[in-house]
Design a protein around this ligand. Structure first.
Ligand code: FAD
Ligand code: MG
Length: 343
């Protein structure tokens, strides 16, 4: 058995962002790289101020969101409490922001023909690709037994998300997993934070495969965001040239995976089968004006594949670009205005 593990921390490559702190007229550039939410966080900030705490405050914001709200691994988070109460008749109290997140997830679940499903926790845990790919597990990786998979699948399904009177009632064994939207939600919070900071004139923030562009470059030029080539993630298949605020999210089969006997088992699961999605797509990039939406749609479109994915993205007013396993590139009509091959 051949064991290959890889944790690729960015689905997008930032192009033309520069390094370190630079002076450009009155505007200083601050560059910061750190980790949170199990991924690399890269910040490029342009500021007219002389404060250096902005990057640290953004990291603090991310860690607080992870610890208090989104994490499935930390017992301090709201998601943890909701999962711990699964099966209880009393359910668990639901914060207003979490109710809004779950309502948003339910809408995408419905419109994606149930492909996008944040109740896939039991199946995601059974595969545990994150831990295998990070090299945290001992022994040889093997796909779960079919019977175990079917049993776990039976517990899943957003149709059983029961929200009543600011409480969530989950069935016994059910587990929420917001891994497909967490980074997009975090970018929405970062945008709100940046808007309050007058001295920040521009920024590119990358949380693994999800990116926010904000404001302007000092020279007035556009933001260039590269789309990783699934075959060779050190290169890209093209560049998106963007002005102002955008959210760009990429989901790919190269982000976290294990390979056994030439078969790649990655981290995005098709709820119809319980197996890693196999729609002929190697990577999907979504361009949208909302972080939650861009992250959710990149995952959903990866599972649905080109044709159904394009229709879903269009339904939400987002742009989509698909890189097929054969290297082909398909995109929505609107995406063409921002994309160039870079060749
Ligand atoms: P996306 O396509 O955006 O999401 C894929 C993820 O969505 C899967 O990993 C799974 O969790 C979930 N998923 C799978 N199938 C479906 C489906 N059909 N519908 C909906 N969701 C699905 N990783 C670690 O290794 N260690 C950590 O400590 C860690 N902490 C995290 C804390 C937070 C708050 C969040 C949000 C994520 C954390 N992660 C951690 C997960 C890691 O960052 C994931 O790789 C990431 O969330 C997946 O993002 P992606 O862009 O690769 O793929
Ligand atoms: Mg996603």
């Amino acid at each position: 058995m051949k064991k290959i593990f890889a944790v690729l921390l960015t689905g997008v490559l930032l192009v033309c962002c520069g390094c370190g702190a630079e002076q450009a007229g009155q505007v200083r550039q601050i560059q910061n790289v750190d980790t949170a939410m199990g991924t690399v966080i890269s910040q490029t900030l342009y500021t007219t101020g002389d404060e250096t705490e902005t990057a640290a405050e953004i990291m603090e914001l991310l860690r607080k969101l992870e610890e208090d709200v989104l994490s499935r691994r930390l017992d301090t988070s709201e998601v943890w409490s909701l999962n711990a109460a699964a099966g209880s008749a009393e359910g668990c109290s639901l914060s207003d922001p979490m109710e809004e997140i779950l309502e948003g997830c339910l809408e995408i679940w419905e419109k994606s023909d149930e492909a996008f499903d944040v109740t896939m926790g039991p199946v995601v845990s059974l595969w545990d690709i994150d831990s295998w790919a990070a090299g945290e597990k001992e022994g040889m990786f093997a796909p779960p037994e079919e019977e175990q998979l079917q049993n776990a699948l039976e517990i899943c399904g957003s149709g059983s998300l029961d929200i009543r009177g600011n409480r969530l009632y989950l069935p016994d064994g059910a587990q929420l997993d917001l891994g497909a939207v967490g980074k997009g939600i975090a970018l929405d919070h970062i945008l709100a934070y940046l808007r309050e900071k007058d001295e920040i004139t521009g920024a590119v923030i990358s949380l693994g495969g999800s990116v926010l562009t904000y404001g302007q470059k000092p020279d007035g030029g556009c933001w260039n965001v590269g789309i990783a080539n699934p075959e060779d993630t050190a290169s890209n298949v093209g560049i998106l040239t963007l002005e102002g605020e955008w959210f760009i999210s990429t989901s790919g089969d190269y982000e976290r995976y294990m390979e056994v006997d030439g078969i790649r088992y990655h981290h995005i699961i098709d709820p119809a089968t319980g197996y890693p999605a196999d729609s002929g797509v190697a990577g999907v990039t979504i361009l949208a004006k909302d972080g939650f939406l861009s992250d959710a749609l990149s995952t959903a479109c990866f599972i649905l594949g080109e044709e159904r994915g394009l229709a879903l993205a269009e339904n939400f007013g987002a742009e989509a670009l698909f890189v097929g396993k054969d290297g082909s590139i398909t995109m929505s009509r609107g995406m063409k205005a921002y994309y160039h091959s870079g060749k």
